[in-house]
Design a protein around this ligand. Structure first.
Ligand SMILES: [Zn+2]
Length: 317
């Protein structure tokens, strides 16, 4: 572990904790917009992890997860370094929006560039100021657009180190998923740095169970990496090799008859789609056994819309 690390030319020595305010840009009113980065360095050698949230500015659960750990100081390692960025997409957070003012999705703007769009510039800052220091990271998300996720980690099972870290984090589910192109996870993986994507809850809502799963997971991961020895209960994890969205075959009113986290069996009725005039009411039946890891809470749906996200223990990828 290096004696000194530098982020935005601010140096942090072993044994030091620092808040670094990295100037990103200005609002049209000229108010300066900073990206606050919190660096916690133990005196004792150990790995460096990043903990990031709010890449999508309306996904607040992860922001609250990191905030709680900063507030109660549980984020501070006894060995190694934690780099915490609770609100990566400051613009989206201000506007309670997933994206940047120009419509760019930060998590599809990696690795970015210093002369690109605002989202691309922030991606570039992460890739150049943070990723070179880390051994691995956790990036917090929630479901988007009225979709609610049961707490789980997404990682690519082709990389044994990612799966090992995910098992150490031990959320209720670990789901195999390839990183989307131009995502933070993919860009970091190309530099040999595993980032695990945590999903839990829904945008613009706090979901306490997901937040507690996130905190416990970080503490378990730090324990696994020898960074901190917290008293945290072991997690019970199901490792699921694939997942698939069940989509609406009709337009109409959607009622789910399952809850997120629930185990389902093939042919079980998962929900209904009815027309609003009381003439038809179609059953949606499970095509396989599995677990409900995500659910659309929107009750008016169009044909083709994603309704129920099911992760399966066998074959389905
Ligand atoms: Zn997200």
């Amino acid at each position: 572990m290096p004696d000194v690390i530098a982020i935005n030319e601010v140096t942090v020595r072993k044994g030091e904790n620092k808040e670094i305010n990295l100037n990103i840009a200005r609002l049209p009113t000229q108010t300066v917009i900073d990206l606050p980065i919190f660096v916690y360095r133990a005196a004792e050698d150990g790995p460096t992890i990043s903990v990031t949230a709010g890449l999508h500015g309306d996904e607040i659960n992860g922001i609250e997860t990191i905030r709680r750990m900063i507030y109660n100081q549980s984020i501070i390692p006894h060995a190694g370094t934690v780099i915490a960025i609770p609100v990566v997409n400051v613009y989206g957070f201000i506007h309670t929006s997933r994206k940047f003012p120009d419509g760019k999705d930060l998590n599809r703007s990696f690795p970015g560039s210093s002369s690109g769009s605002l989202a691309g510039r922030i991606a570039h800052v992460l890739m150049n100021e943070v990723v070179p220091h880390i051994d691995c990271g956790i990036d917090f998300h929630t479901g988007g657009a009225s979709k609610e996720n049961y707490p789980h980690l997404r990682c690519n099972f082709d990389f044994p180190r990612s799966l090992e870290l995910a098992r150490a984090f031990a959320p209720p589910f670990v789901v195999n998923s390839k990183a989307p192109d131009h995502s933070f996870r993919k860009a970091a993986a190309l530099q040999g740095k595993p980032i695990l994507t945590f999903e839990g809850g829904e945008s613009l809502r706090l979901h306490d169970f997901s937040i507690r799963q996130g905190i416990d997971g970080i503490l378990r991961l730090m324990k696994h990496l020898g960074m901190k020895n917290s008293r945290v209960a072991n997690g019970e994890t199901r490792v699921l090799p694939g997942s698939r969205w069940r989509r609406a075959q009709y337009s109409g009113l959607f009622r789910a008859s399952v809850r997120i986290g629930e185990q389902i069996r093939r042919n079980q009725v998962l929900g209904y789609i009815a027309d609003p005039f009381g003439e038809t009411d179609y059953k949606i039946k499970a095509q396989s056994d599995g677990y409900v890891i995500g659910l659309n809470n929107m009750c008016v749906v169009n044909k083709g819309e994603a309704l129920i996200h099911i992760a399966a223990e066998g074959g389905e990828k």
